[in-house]
Design a binder for this molecule. Structure first.
Ligand code: PMP
Length: 336
């Protein structure tokens, strides 16, 4: 038995475990689904037959998402997390390479590497915005272009006019909007103007359902239809889908949670202004090499590397967690 050499070159997943008090490293929602709403989910689950496979094209959830957006289910695909959809999107279209805009979410280049597709990177500018013209040039013959807005880990939205320049190239463009709810605006409706645009969203962030693993794509019918020819047939389980359908009925709660997180984000940003970039997401990029110091204080954040070496990404948590973070970072900065 010989495992393919190129797979052995992938690093193992970093498992961060330990007795830390505060976890601000995965851009999760700090507020769990409240107990009364979990009860409503459990009630619905009583009716779900555990012995049966889930709907093969996840239609009940696609219909619920479509109704929420006022679009048709033929424009919605769902995946086991946004990540599953990304794994398909990387190889869905003809083309010789994929385009990324570093520093950005690592899974685009991860899946490209896994599939042996070359990556052409067009780095973000000084202010972390995209240059639509340069990307459009590099997109000739591309299998897909991946743009995250708000971008992870920099936190900023990308300007709509720059996104449109990329769309005008005709290349398939995946606009990853995992954090869109925290930004409050999105050009997702361009999907109906540009058939080469696909918008990726997730239930992992604003909807507090990271553990359920659900992401969705808004795209033209041909893309959705093709995804349902090639995706793993039962990758979405009926338990998670039930939870998401119930949450969509209570979007007012999601909005309240988002408002709370955005309020906290602005408060933390103001306190850490000297070291922090502004953000349209549920995390902040901080110019302090404080990963180890924060760990020693029981606070886990994301350590960055490459162009963002010496910086950290911190998720906005609950108020007391943010206070602990602010205090620790102020102590750290005083000692620097
Ligand atoms: N896109 C971006 C930019 C992300 O940060 C994440 C999660 N960290 C995802 C997509 C995927 O999220 P999930 O698989 O939980 O839906």
């Amino acid at each position: 038995m010989k495992i393919r050499k190129e797979f052995l070159e992938f690093p193992p997943y970093r498992v961060v475990e330990g007795d830390y008090r505060i976890w601000l490293d995965k851009n999760e929602n700090p507020y769990d689904v409240p107990g009364w709403l979990k009860e409503e989910i459990f009630e619905e689950l009583r009716e779900v037959p555990f012995n049966r496979y889930p709907h093969i094209t996840s239609m009940p959830l696609r219909e619920a998402i479509a109704e929420f957006y006022g679009i048709g289910p033929e424009n919605v695909a769902v995946g086991n997390g946004g990540d599953e959809l990304l794994s398909y999107l990387v190889g869905l279209f003809q083309g010789g390479h994929v385009v990324t805009t570093s520093p950005t979410f690592g899974m685009y280049s991860f899946y490209a590497r896994l599939k042996g597709i070359p990556v052409l990177d067009v780095p973000l500018g000084e202010d972390f915005t995209i240059d639509g013209g340069s990307i459009a040039e590099k997109s000739q013959g591309a299998a897909a272009v991946f743009i995250a807005s708000p971008n992870n880990p920099t936190g900023n939205l990308q300007p709509e006019e720059e996104i449109v320049k990329v769309l005008e190239s005709g290349a398939p463009v995946v606009l990853d909007e995992a954090y869109a709810e925290f930004a409050g605006k999105s050009p997702w409706k361009l999907v109906f103007e540009y058939p080469n645009l696909m918008v990726l969203r997730t239930f992992s962030k604003a909807f507090s359902l990271a553990g359920a693993r659900l992401g969705y794509l808004i795209a033209n019918e041909e893309v959705v239809d093709t995804l349902y020819r090639i995706k793993s047939p039962f990758s979405l389980n009926s338990l998670s889908m039930t939870a998401a359908i119930v949450l969509l009925r209570h979007y007012d709660l999601v909005e309240r949670t988002v408002r709370r997180i955005v309020g906290e984000r602005e408060r933390v940003y103001r306190r850490l202004r000297d070291y922090s970039y502004p953000s349209d997401a549920n995390f902040l990029l901080i110019r302090l090499d404080a990963h180890g110091y924060l760990l020693s204080k029981g606070i886990v954040v994301r350590k960055l590397s490459g162009r963002l070496g010496g910086m950290i990404r911190v998720t906005i948590g609950r108020r007391w967690e943010n206070d602990a973070l602010i205090n620790a970072l102020e102590e750290f900065a005083d000692g620097v």
